[in-house]
Design a protein around this ligand. Structure first.
Ligand code: COA
Length: 279
């Protein structure tokens, strides 16, 4: 089994033009290898927080996979100590005027409509949209040391990426309410018990195992695989679209709220937020 830790020069040379990082700041690395589109989130100095350019590059990668017959499966991962800390909170503070055309929503729509299977390998922190995007992946492997959090309410926000529908479906309403309303960090074991991930593995085994599973999928009859993925989502696809739309409107309203501004400012100032003055 070939272990991929970092992209080699040969890997990069094989990146198709549309999957190159020319449009982005180089924080999303892509490479195609034996039918697998490897997508690596790499902004370790900010715990892989996602900027607009990174959402754009992620959405482009998913679109590329849909268009390319060579690509059978997408393998998504972050760094050995962090998957992603979610949306860049500085971006939220500086540009809270998200609309439906924002690249973050383009990414969410792209991953929710993806036609090719997505395998995710999660190590370290997996926060916000980092965790909700997993609900749109097909096989998800996490390390024993991975830590998940859905801190939307704590940030004055609300669930996104269809999670207000999908999490109660996979976890049950009572468990989903704990995760989404309390917004406390939870372990990989809890994520597995809640149906968010396929399996928990020793940290060092996560990426090699996810890669091996992606290779298995890449060798399968591609049309049967696509049809099966579509059938598994077909029944609720329109509800997911509707949930994403409804959530995004509430999320946009909440982003402008004094509660959210206090939460983001507190995070960046490394202090506890104070919501006591809000009704
Ligand atoms: N947006 C912007 N910057 C972020 C970020 C985010 N989502 N997450 C981390 N960073 C930055 C920190 O501000 C810090 O920057 P600095 O070195 O310039 O001060 C750097 O990344 C390291 O983060 P730090 O908090 O020191 O790392 P940690 O290992 O102690 O904690 C997390 C990691 C992910 C648990 C913590 O950073 C966190 O909770 N981040 C916010 C997650 C979040 O609320 N996401 C939004 C969901 S909608």
């Amino acid at each position: 089994m070939r272990v991929i830790r970092a992209w080699s020069r040969a890997d990069r040379a094989r990146v198709p033009p549309m999957a190159s990082n020319e449009q982005g700041p180089g924080n999303i690395l892509t490479a195609v290898d034996d039918g697998i589109l490897h997508v690596e989130i790499k902004r370790p100095e900010k715990k892989n927080a996602l900027t607009g350019a990174m959402y754009q590059a992620l959405a482009d990668a998913i679109d590329l996979a849909a268009q390319s017959a060579q690509i059978r499966v997408i393998l998504l991962h972050g760094q050995p100590d962090v998957f992603t800390s979610g949306n860049d909170l500085k971006d939220f503070l500086q540009d809270p005027a998200l609309d439906d055309e924002h690249v973050a929503y383009r990414f969410v729509r792209a991953i929710s409509r993806a036609t090719k299977p997505i395998v995710a390998a999660v190590n370290g922190a997996c926060v916000g949209v980092g965790a909700t995007l997993l609900l749109h992946c097909d096989l998800v492997y996490a390390g024993q040391g991975a830590t998940f959090a859905l801190p939307f309410v704590n940030l004055g926000l609300c669930p996104e990426a269809g999670s207000s529908l999908l999490l109660p479906l996979v976890a049950g309403r009572a468990r989903a309410a704990e995760l989404l309303l309390l917004g406390e960090p939870f372990s990989a074991a809890r994520a597995e018990a809640c149906g968010m991930i396929s399996a928990v593995l020793p940290d060092g085994d996560v990426l090699p195992h996810a890669h091996a599973q992606a290779r298995k999928l890449a060798a399968k009859p591609p049309a049967a695989l696509r049809a099966s993925k579509a059938l598994m989502r077909g029944g609720i696809a329109s509800q997911v679209e509707e949930a994403i739309r409804t959530e995004s409107h509430e999320f946009q309203r909440r982003l402008q709220s004094p509660e959210a501004k206090e939460a983001f400012a507190a995070f960046l100032a490394k202090r506890a937020p104070d919501f006591s003055r809000f009704a």
